[in-house]
Write a protein that binds this ligand. Structure first.
Ligand SMILES: Nc1nc2c(c(=O)[nH]1)N[C@H]1C(S)=C(S)[C@@H](COP(=O)(O)OP(=O)(O)OC[C@H]3O[C@@H](n4cnc5c(=O)[nH]c(N)nc54)[C@H](O)[C@@H]3O)O[C@H]1N2
Ligand SMILES: Nc1nc2c(c(=O)[nH]1)N[C@H]1C(S)=C(S)[C@@H](COP(=O)(O)OP(=O)(O)OC[C@H]3O[C@@H](n4cnc5c(=O)[nH]c(N)nc54)[C@H](O)[C@@H]3O)O[C@H]1N2
Ligand code: SF4
Ligand SMILES: [Mo]
Length: 902
């Protein structure tokens, strides 16, 4: 593609499923800047902290720039030939099911389409599954059970039009920040709008909630069964809708009515009063949207949770109407696109079904495929089991990091290590997964490649390149098509651009469709390079203008190009009889805890990191908000297990263990521990939380239950704690606990050691030592305090603080010393002392990553009279750029107010 460096390129954020439009600009000196696209209908110019920091994550540090075989750099020809010949040979010897692809919702639609086509149509196996299995599978299964199709009925606009938003298992403030901001803005305009949050923890999202239901883990099915019964008892049903457009209501209501309020209270851990407050609000509010995410999907009852929610919307006819509907928000930028191309092991393509012979025949004819997979392939957890026991002999992993993100991750890592042939396509040279690849293929990254993604509201947007591909990096679609051609499938994979792949995908969606399938973008079947380049964000469905309406009366969705499309307001579901199905779910209370593992292990995300930190870990701004892997523990549990705040704790399950910093907070639910999913072996000694997660899955969707495991908690008896700032990343770190994070002029390092050491030698191993540099040291052997600071000239190379208790040195102060000039000897001594100098400020933990504002500064401003987020913004700037930290600022203000009142 032609890259015009003078103009701003319209592209899409590569992080979450909100799918915000981004304007990227490359200056003459190569400096990239990004801002929100004011014309993109997902964000209208807004970006969250991660989107705002995109320019900091696109450097070439750590990039894989050349193909490698067994660690040896090769050319593309050799690498592609090796992949093609090994896959072909394995298939010839052991059959098509002996190979597998494990792909990702972070692939672009064109990449995804071609990988799925190769596996299902040409290799003839359905052994292609995706990290969306860990993410969206339960929503897909729930949609298909209720609607007969994987359809998201509503639009983002509904979040602004609703009078009640119920957030279930969603930390929207941190995980879909721009949607959260849209809701917050709507609420400011219409204060009568209500928000209910259902989450065992009091997350930052509770900031906009009128009611927070701290539900017992997996109490959701019971909660929504109780709601259905309540709606029935209180005359809040839409009988006309139920009769005309649904089946199975009687059974679902009967099942729900078996539980009385006391039973629901017991199953959900909520009081009857809380239940009635929620139920009556829901019953009384026609315009209700229920937004749900991983607290729903990642559960052994995930599919039932989805259907329990949908049941309540069908029963009230609140679906597909402005401001009303169930709304599954997607995690990854192209989770939806992956579902559209059929990239999961139990789907075909273009929302067609693998079990349906008519669908198989149609896709086979369209692809002119020699073979078509006859049965569903292995879902992620089973796929890696098959790798472990040798059934799968050749595995290709693209754009995902299963050694960190799959449950029972140590077993997954062992399986990958034992697999005879592993190919990994990635942008980085070393991740926990890439390290085990026999063949490493350098993929082009965001900003370097072209394609499309679909966001949570079915909106397809272009990602556009604005930088050249570095080294020999190539787009994923090209890599797959090259391998396919080398396997002998020349004609079917003769594409030379993503435009052709998109056009083919669009054509398949409209092929013999006639309105029978929800996913139809036939209008784009003839898109050419120019039109593809200029493609504006659009929502599906977008059938070709000539396609007849289905059903004949035609209002499953109205074809109104001028207005947003919604599905199912007037029924017309994609089931054989056109009616939605109520599902008579049962509350499944699974007790996983035991005397040995008495706590519930919940896992998830933090505001400024993305998954396995391959991108956000590069940004110093994003790495300051939460710089360490932690375990969020309720004070009662901390007391019970003898844990103090900032202690190191060992969290263990029957599968594995991790060492984490204790974060003791009443926001946690007693009996539960929350650990983020982000930290890997690249950033911490032992914090891969998925090594602890059991490979338990939902029986219907195959999605792992990543949020409700059983764990044990112990204080890690550290003889010494340490903190260091380092100009260079150390080559190796010899400590029981360590965690490394980027900071502005280098790295910050947290340490804990079980036994004492020769600290001078330890300091030399971390900070280095040479004749040109000067090391200042302070020792208090009796007190166990040791401090070292090494300077080259007036530049600080590194400082290390050791103490028998968690080191109290101000992190934000120490980090700033790395970049500062230390010509003055007094200043150098202040660094060894570990205190801010005379006029140094201790900012405290960074709250606003855009302005680098710390908690202490905000608290100080509150003491000085600032009583609102706006006032803080006016004084400090904090919260006025991306707005992702506004909830936290409000929390600090409220905490100060409480203190003042006491
Ligand atoms: N900052 C950031 N944003 C992201 C991502 C990221 O890595 N970082 N990843 C993206 C992706 S791929 C995804 S899938 C989304 C995920 O977005 P979310 O689903 O919002 O995020 P999680 O933190 O995984 O989980 C949400 C909440 O579910 C709660 N929960 C746990 N168990 C239960 C339960 O039994 N019932 C209920 N009701 N709630 C429960 C947890 O306490 C947690 O607060 O985020 C996307 N956005
Ligand atoms: N315990 C627990 N585990 C979880 C979850 C949880 O909540 N709790 N959440 C689950 C969910 S919802 C998700 S979505 C997964 C996410 O988990 P993963 O998909 O494993 O995480 P990422 O870090 O996003 O991995 C993406 C990889 O692709 C690479 N990459 C980036 N861009 C490209 C590209 O254009 N091409 C190629 N080929 N590679 C690229 C990156 O360098 C990185 O190695 O984790 C799941 N695991
Ligand atoms: S909300 Fe943030 S992470 Fe998600 S798409 Fe928008 S800018 Fe990107
Ligand atoms: Mo996800």
């Amino acid at each position: 593609m032609q890259i015009d460096e003078a103009r701003e390129v319209r592209t899409t954020c590569p992080y979450c499923g909100v799918g915000c439009g981004v304007l990227a600009k490359v200056a003459a000196d190569g400096q990239v800047t990004v801002r929100g696209d004011p014309d993109h209908p997902a964000n209208f110019g807004r970006l969250c902290s991660k989107g705002s920091a995109l320019a900091e994550t696109i450097d070439l540090d750590g990039r894989l720039l050349h193909p490698e075989i067994h660690g040896r750099q090769t050319g593309w020809d050799e690498a592609l030939d090796r992949v093609a010949s090994t896959f072909s040979q394995t298939i010839a010897e052991h059959g098509p099911d002996a190979v597998a692809f494990y792909v990702s919702g972070q692939l672009l639609t064109e990449d995804y389409y071609v990988a799925n086509k190769l596996m299902k149509g040409f290799i003839g196996s359905a052994n292609i599954d995706t990290n969306s299995r860990l993410c969206m599978a339960s929503s897909v299964a729930g949609h298909r059970r209720a609607f007969g199709s994987d359809t998201v009925p509503g639009n983002y606009e509904d979040l602004e039009l609703a009078d009640l938003i119920v957030l279930v298992g969603s930390n929207l403030a941190w995980c879909h920040p721009v949607l959260y901001q849209r809701i917050a803005a709507a609420r400011e305009k219409r204060p009568e709008m209500k928000v209910v949050l259902v989450d065992p923890r009091r997350t930052m999202t509770s900031d906009i909630a009128d009611l927070h239901l701290a539900i017992a883990p997996d109490g959701d099915v019971a909660l929504f069964m109780g709601l259905l019964a309540y709606l029935g008892q209180h005359n809040a049903l839409d009988r006309a809708y139920i009769t005309a457009h649904t089946t199975g209501f009687g059974q679902a209501l009967f099942a729900a009515s078996k539980l009385d309020l006391a039973g629901i209270a017991a199953a959900t851990g909520l009081s009857e009063d809380e239940l009635v407050r929620f139920y009556s609000l829901f019953a009384a509010t026609a315009k209700t949207v229920t937004v749900y995410s991983q607290g729903v999907n990642q559960s052994s009852s995930g599919t039932d949770k989805v259907n329990a929610i949908i049941n309540c919307h069908l029963a009230t006819g609140r679906i597909g109407k402005p401001g009303a509907g169930p709304f599954s928000v997607t995690g990854q930028p192209n989770a939806m696109g992956g579902r559209e191309v059929g990239g999961m092991a139990n789907m075909l393509a273009a929302h067609m079904e693998i079990e349906n012979p008519e669908h198989r025949d149609r896709v086979q004819r369209f692809w002119k495929a020699p073979d078509i997979a006859e049965k569903p392939g292995l879902k992620a957890v089973d796929m890696f089991k098959a790798v472990a026991d040798g059934r799968i002999k050749a595995l290709w992993i693209m754009a995902t990091n299963p050694v960190d993100s799959m449950p029972d991750a140590d077993a997954v890592e062992a399986a990958i290590k034992a697999c005879p042939f592993v190919v990994v396509s990635d942008v980085l040279a070393s991740t926990d997964t890439v390290r085990h690849a026999h063949v490493r293929l350098p993929a082009a990254a965001w900003g370097e490649k072209d394609g499309t993604v679909t966001n949570s509201e079915r909106r397809i947007s272009r990602q556009r390149a604005f930088m050249a591909m570095p080294g020999e990096a190539r787009p994923d679609w090209w890599i797959v098509a090259e391998v396919a051609r080398r396997m002998g499938f020349t004609e079917a994979f003769s594409h030379v651009s993503p435009t052709e792949l998109f056009a083919e995908h669009a054509a398949l969606s409209g092929f013999e469709n006639d309105g029978a399938r929800d996913f139809d973008i036939g209008a784009y079947a003839a898109v050419d390079a120019q039109a593809y380049d200029a493609l504006e964000p659009f929502q599906w469905p977008a059938p070709s203008p000539g396609a007849p309406l289905w059903p004949p009366e035609g209002d499953a969705w109205a074809r109104r190009p001028e207005g947003p499309v919604r599905f199912f307001a007037n029924g017309n579901f994609y089931t054989p009889d056109g009616k939605a199905r109520f599902i008579a779910v049962r509350p499944t209370v699974e007790t996983r805890t035991s005397p040995d593992y008495p706590l519930i292990l919940n896992t998830g995300r933090v505001r400024d990191h993305w998954h396995t930190m391959t991108r956000t870990g590069k940004s110093s701004r994003l790495s300051q908000h939460i710089a360490e892997p932690f375990a969020e523990i309720h004070p009662a549990d901390a007391q019970r297990f003898g844990i103090g705040d900032a202690d190191i704790v060992r969290v263990s399950t029957v599968h594995g263990e991790a060492l984490l910093r204790a974060l003791v907070t009443a926001r946690q639910r007693p009996g539960s521990v929350f650990v983020p999913m982000h930290w890997t072996d690249q950033f911490a000694a032992r914090a891969r939380v998925d090594a602890l997660v059991a490979p338990i899955t939902d029986a219907i969707s195959g999605q792992p239950a990543s949020k409700n495991g059983a764990a044990r908690l112990e204080r890690f008896a550290a003889a010494a704690f340490g903190f260091a700032v380092l100009a260079e990343r150390p080559a190796s770190i010899d400590a029981d606990y360590w965690s490394l994070a980027r900071c502005a002029a280098g790295w910050r390092l947290e340490l804990a050691l079980q036994a004492g050491r020769d600290w001078t030698a330890f300091a030399a191993s971390l900070l280095g030592a040479d004749a040109q540099s000067e090391t200042l040291a302070y020792h208090d052997a009796a007190g166990g305090h040791y401090r070292f600071a090494r300077f080259t000239g007036s530049r600080l190379v590194g400082a290390l603080y050791l103490a028998p208790v968690p080191v109290a040195v101000s992190r934000s102060w120490a980090v700033e010393q790395l970049g500062a000039d230390h010509a003055d000897r007094r200043g150098r001594l202040a660094i060894v002392a570990g205190r801010p100098g005379g006029n140094g400020v201790n900012r405290g933990a960074i709250v606003c990553s855009c302005f680098g504002t710390g908690a202490n500064q905000i608290a100080e401003a509150v003491r000085g009279g600032c009583a609102s987020v706006a006032a803080i913004g006016a004084v400090l700037g904090a919260g006025t750029n991306c707005g992702s930290c506004r909830a936290e600022i409000r929390t600090i203000i409220d905490a100060r107010r409480l203190q003042a009142a006491e």
